[in-house]
Design a protein around this ligand. Structure first.
Ligand code: ZN
Length: 328
């Protein structure tokens, strides 16, 4: 089987994960977590979103958070910006990479951004201009790229049109987001087949939520199509405030573990990552669905039982443990 040798992980919990938390996370804790994440080997961190503080109060400390981590080197900080004002705020505090977010369907766009897809796209022009004037990189993303909770399956032609629009704006890096976990692996494989042949110069990355347990399978499908950039969220945090029932992104530790088990190098140190995942769970009081936090890694082996335990017909263990009754 032919798989990429190296992949790159963008950690999105500080934006996608934190924004889904209803209880206020103190700025100190956010900074601690981001600084810890930067030691794991992830290549990029989506550090916050410069949205209006009233829209997502949890991220109202965006400037302070960025100011307190921007001394870190070896990791790129990306910030989500919904409009020019957000872009200006991000650039003013030293962000060098912006992410735009566009829905694949009008219904999701109306519920998320209060306008249709085409109007949202037009609103990006001034953001790109501001970024260009300041030498700041802009990447794009497409929410509900495979399935929309209001409209169902999103035809690939619709995604092709949106990618074309991004391309016309000079944006060559696009994240395909399965925001509400509706994609299946065959669909991911087929859509990427179309997109990668239509746009060979575009860098596609995958942003997969695990709402229905399909994120790892979908990541594997993307891997088979040669995708090398993946978003993931520590401890599986995340959600979408505008998509009913949406849950967390694929947990970074689960994605890294599954890739490394297949010999695909992520550059991430798994033990360090797991320590951060436990730290995040302690701070928030919960995780967002992490297999590794529950089961540990495959390399974590157990010592053999000292007796070869066998059950007789009554469910009683024999062979030196005659008094021991099996508890089913
Ligand atoms: Zn997301």
């Amino acid at each position: 089987m032919k798989l990429p040798v190296n992949v790159y992980i963008c950690e999105v919990a500080p934006r996608d994960g934190f924004q889904a938390e209803t209880n206020w996370i103190p700025t100190d804790k956010k900074v601690d977590i981001i600084r810890a994440l930067a030691t794991t080997g992830v290549s990029q961190i989506e550090v916050t979103s410069f949205v209006h503080p009233k829209a997502i109060p949890q991220l109202k400390d965006a400037e302070e958070v960025v100011a307190r981590v921007r001394d870190l080197t070896g990791v790129t900080f990306r910030a989500l910006v919904p409009n020019v004002k957000g872009a200006q705020r991000a650039i003013a505090v030293g962000i060098k990479k912006l992410k735009l977010m566009l829905s694949a369907t009008d219904s999701h766009s109306l519920s998320n951004a209060n306008c249709k897809v085409e109007d949202a796209m037009r609103g990006f022009d001034p953001i790109v201009n501001v970024a260009n004037q300041n030498g700041v990189h802009v990447s794009g993303s497409i929410s509900v790229a495979f399935g929309c909770p209001f409209e169902g399956v999103v035809p690939v032609d619709q995604i092709v049109r949106i990618v074309s629009s991004y391309r016309e704006m000079g944006i060559g890096e696009i994240s395909l987001a399965d925001t509400t976990g509706m994609a299946n692996s065959k669909q991911v494989y087929e859509y990427l087949d179309v997109l990668r042949s239509e746009f060979p110069d575009v860098l596609f990355s995958m942003h997969l939520h695990n709402t229905r347990g399909m994120a790892l399978a979908n990541a594997f499908a993307a891997l088979q199509k040669g995708v090398t950039h993946f978003d993931a969220s520590i401890a599986g945090l995340g959600g979408c405030p505008y998509a009913p029932g949406a849950t967390g992104n694929v947990a970074t530790e689960d994605l890294v573990h599954s890739f490394e088990e297949m010999g695909v190098q992520t550059g991430v140190h798994l033990d360090t990552l797991l320590a951060v995942a436990r730290q995040v769970k302690d701070v928030l009081g919960h995780d967002g669905g992490s297999f590794l936090l529950r089961a540990g890694t495959c390399s974590q082996l157990y010592s053999l039982p000292t007796h070869q335990e066998k059950l007789n017909d009554e469910g009683v263990v024999r062979d030196g443990l005659s008094d021991f009754t099996w508890r089913a």
